[in-house]
Design a protein around this ligand. Structure first.
Ligand code: 6GU
Length: 236
């Protein structure tokens, strides 16, 4: 998979070099390219924002640098992929977007090319999304009901959630199966040695060797935890 990221803070993405995703990059499974939006400005001051039409607080990101950046990335990737290249998916992190879930990550992990457009300030001129829709699929994505200063941290979270689902990125694929949210429930509690620690024991069923009983207990724990912490998931 190829992932392009456009941001005025490309340094945010230096951490992609380390950890699981860094290894996937080095192994050629993931091709991540980070672009500085200011490289697509044409004025001496490298301006990326301006005051909003209609008034109001804050600044809006100007459409021109975004248009040049998205054009360059879409064209470059279509050459990369040859004739059978599929459409790019443009993802704009935004608290006004649809909520990004495990199912979203799973869906996007099958794409050939993702482009993350990271906005700052009060947002990006709306016409940028209309233009991006002429180049590929466009989705505005929110991590949840709170506000971050910009899309960079949200894009990092989404890149990790999507990237780890690509075959070969996580060493043991079985570790992906029994995770929170994969089956609509929260994960069951885990214990390791020692069996007694600071006066706290381990649920005896886990020491019983009875695999049927262990599976049943774990499922009960999943349902109980989900009811207590995330009743909204059971309603779904
Ligand atoms: Cl994706 N972006 C920003 N700026 N704030 C957020 C968010 C995204 N998701 C939750 N809050």
């Amino acid at each position: 998979m190829r992932i392009d990221v456009v941001s005025i803070f490309p340094g945010f993405f230096d951490v992609l070099e380390v950890s699981l995703l860094g290894k996937a990059r080095a192994a050629g499974i993931l091709d991540v390219r980070v672009h500085d939006l200011r490289d697509f400005t044409t004025d001496r001051h490298r301006t990326v924002d301006d005051t909003p039409y209609g008034g109001g607080a804050g600044m809006v990101m100007k459409p021109e640098p975004w248009g040049l950046a998205l054009d360059a990335i879409a064209t470059d990737a279509s050459h990369d992929g040859g004739a059978e290249a599929s459409r790019s998916v443009f993802l704009f992190p935004s608290p006004a977007g649809e909520v990004f879930r495990q199912a979203t990550a799973r869906d996007l992990s099958h794409a050939d090319h993702l482009v993350f457009g990271c906005g700052r300030y009060e947002g990006i001129d709306e016409r940028v999304f209309a233009h991006a829709a002429t180049l590929g699929d466009v989705r505005l994505m929110s991590l949840g009901d709170y506000v971050l200063n910009g899309g960079e941290v949200a894009a990092m979270a989404m890149i990790e959630a999507i990237g780890r689902l690509i075959p070969g990125v996580v060493g043991n694929p079985e570790s992906l199966v029994e995770e929170s949210h994969e089956d609509g429930l929260l994960e069951y509690p885990s214990y390791t040695k020692p069996s007694e620690w600071r006066g706290l024991g381990v649920p005896p069923v886990l020491l019983s060797g009875n695999h049927g009983a262990i599976a049943a207990w774990r499922h009960d724990q999943q349902v109980e935890r989900t009811r207590a912490r995330r009743p909204d998931l059971l309603a779904d």
